[in-house]
Write a protein that binds this ligand. Structure first.
Ligand code: MLT
Length: 279
């Protein structure tokens, strides 16, 4: 089965979407984290549905990211959620989808569910949180929004690469880098190719995002919450507490993974997702 690369018009801009599976398959919308693109879902695009007859997997590059056009100034998480709903209209998906978002993709997910409830059949919240930023965290984002324009993207990519992947403490840095070499290179490339203006705009959007903690007890769709055992960005404890606040949710912690569970441990991630959708 071929993956189609589609160019879809959203808010007057082109959003690129990787679309794989039959038109009548169960639609799964997979929304990437910051500052990445659809490629972080490569294990899902290729491995979630090997026979290619069950799921329709839709992985967009959010505006400003990957191969999509730029993101407008002042864009909010709410607007990104609306852009995804508009994208689904454009690709002919009018029924409910499995919304699967990682980290920033999860922040968008709360807004998508709140604003487009009838378009969600299941929610998959990966390595994410519902709380808004502390004052200190918001300040850090605003500082990065200013500094990235001056210092460029590579220092940010270098810093992020330290935390996104699990490094086994019994191995040397070289051994760890070697173990996930291709994946690390793929992610470094995704970050390093992101425009500095996108970094700034998404940081400001995340700093301004609402606290959705109170929303969790209103969630009435089957929900899977996934964490990485060694995630230091959204810790297992924090993600487990998120799952505890969503009635009836399923919690899965992926071993030997940090923040990028679907990429680091694709087989375990896919197994958890398929098991959840088969319930
Ligand atoms: C992400 O992976 O999307 C980021 O860690 C989200 C954030 O900066 O809060």
């Amino acid at each position: 089965m071929e993956t189609q690369q589609r160019a879809v018009e959203v808010d007057g801009q082109t959003m690129m979407v990787w679309d794989r599976g039959p038109a009548d398959g169960i639609p799964i919308l997979m929304v990437h984290g910051f500052p990445l693109n659809h490629s972080m879902w490569s294990n899902q695009i290729d491995g979630l549905d090997p026979d290619g007859d069950r799921f329709r997997i839709l992985c967009p590059d959010l505006l400003g990211c990957g191969q999509s056009d730029s993101i407008a100034d002042g864009t909010s998480m709410e607007q990104i959620a609306d852009q995804l709903a508009a994208m689904l209209d454009e690709v002919g998906v009018s029924g409910p989808v499995v919304f699967c978002g990682l980290s920033m993709g999860g922040y968008v997910g709360w807004q998508f569910l709140k604003r487009h409830r009838d378009r969600v059949s299941h929610l998959v919240a990966c390595n994410t949180r519902a709380a808004g930023d502390t004052e200190e965290a918001a300040l850090g984002r605003k500082r990065m929004a200013t500094s990235v324009v001056l210092i460029g993207i590579q220092p940010i990519a270098d810093a992020m690469m330290q935390t996104l992947f699990y490094s086994d403490p019994t191995r040397s840095k070289e051994q760890n880098d070697q173990k996930d070499k291709e994946k690390r290179e793929q992610i470094n490339k995704a970050i390093a190719s992101t425009d500095v203006q996108t970094i700034a705009k998404l940081q400001l959007a995340m700093a301004a995002r609402p606290d959705m903690t109170e929303f969790l007890n209103q969630i009435d769709v089957p929900t899977l919450v996934i964490s990485g055992r060694h995630d230091t960005i959204t810790t297992e404890k924090e993600v487990q507490a998120l799952a505890d606040a969503i009635a009836g949710s399923t919690f899965v912690c992926i071993e030997n993974a940090a923040h990028l569970t679907p990429l680091e441990q694709g087989a375990s991630f896919n197994e958890a997702l398929v098991a959840f959708l088969s319930q």
